[in-house]
Design a protein around this ligand. Structure first.
Ligand SMILES: C[S@@+](CC[C@H](N)C(=O)[O-])C[C@H]1O[C@@H](n2cnc3c(N)ncnc32)[C@H](O)[C@@H]1O
Length: 261
């Protein structure tokens, strides 16, 4: 499969380093995307361990489209049935940049129609109940080049699962981790954030210091999919827990003038 890790613009070099450290893969970074070949094991590991990535996707197809007919026909060629079952709940998002097709909502609705028609003919049905698991499909058109990506993460990877309430404008966890990884800090040194707000920087530093995987306490869409063997994820999670260093002494603190719940 062609795996695509998306990251914030400006953070690509950090995410690239993380991917190299995790998988030994030197993924080229282009406009916030790092793509490489891999399987479900790599998808599970990227979701579990990449601290600065936004999402992990699978590229289902790429083609040129200058008209909505091109878009519809191109999408109908993609084997969505290899991933999406007859009862899959399909959510399509669209991005149009510097392209002849610039209407986002039309791109979205035409894409959804094409995906549904493909699945109607493959499953020999006339309606999709959409009562099953979620499948988020991103249709991104850049300079008339369409990239169709299936999002394996579901919720963005900044959602670590440790934050119940989202406070006012906290720093995204992925960005906090990138700042830490770009800094001179390492777990043997003390870290103090004297304007810590909701504590994202100290928390992310503690996760790094104690080797706690960023995806350990959350769910991902792909683990619920019928096309995925859940035992792969169980193995990755088990290994992540085994590698934790919870007894390690760390000197990390956060302060703020106001109390943040
Ligand atoms: C942009 S927020 C920090 C957000 C934080 N990185 C997070 O993840 O939630 C800035 C914080 O600085 C705090 N602050 C501002 N002036 C301060 C001061 N003089 N002493 C301590 N904290 C201060 C504010 O209360 C606020 O929570």
């Amino acid at each position: 499969m062609k795996i695509c890790v998306t990251t914030a613009s400006g953070v690509e070099a950090v995410t690239k380093r993380e991917i190299y450290k995790l998988l030994g893969v030197d993924a080229p970074a282009i406009s916030g995307r790092l793509c490489f070949e891999g399987g479900w094991d790599e998808i599970a590991k990227c979701n579990m361990y990449l601290r600065t990535a936004n999402r992990v996707g699978i590229i289902l197809g790429e083609f040129k489209a200058e008209t909505f007919d091109d878009l519809f026909d191109g999408l109908k060629q993609i084997a969505f049935e290899e991933f999406i079952p007859a009862d899959g709940k399909i959510i399509v998002t669209a991005k149009n940049v510097l392209s002849k097709l610039f209407a986002i909502s039309a791109t979205q609705s035409i894409s959804k129609k094409a995906i549904c028609e493909r699945l109607f003919s493959k499953y020999r049905i006339t309606t999709l109940p959409e009562s099953g698991e979620r499948y988020k499909v991103e249709v991104a058109i850049l300079k008339d080049h369409v990239t169709v990506m299936l999002d394996t993460s579901g919720d963005g990877l900044h959602r670590r699962g440790y934050r119940g309430l989202v406070g006012e404008a906290p720093l995204k966890e992925t960005l906090a981790s990138a700042i830490i990884q770009l800094s001179v800090w390492n777990p043997s040194r003390p870290l103090a954030d004297v304007f810590c707000g909701s504590g994202t920087i100290p928390i992310e530093a503690a996760l790094i210091a104690l080797n706690i995987a960023s995806g350990k306490n959350r769910n991902f869409d792909f683990t619920e999919w019928k096309c995925f063997d859940k035992s792969i994820f169980d193995g990755v999670l088990e290994q992540a827990i085994a590698m934790e260093a919870l007894d390690k002494e760390v000197r990390i603190s956060g302060f703020d003038k106001t109390r943040v719940n």
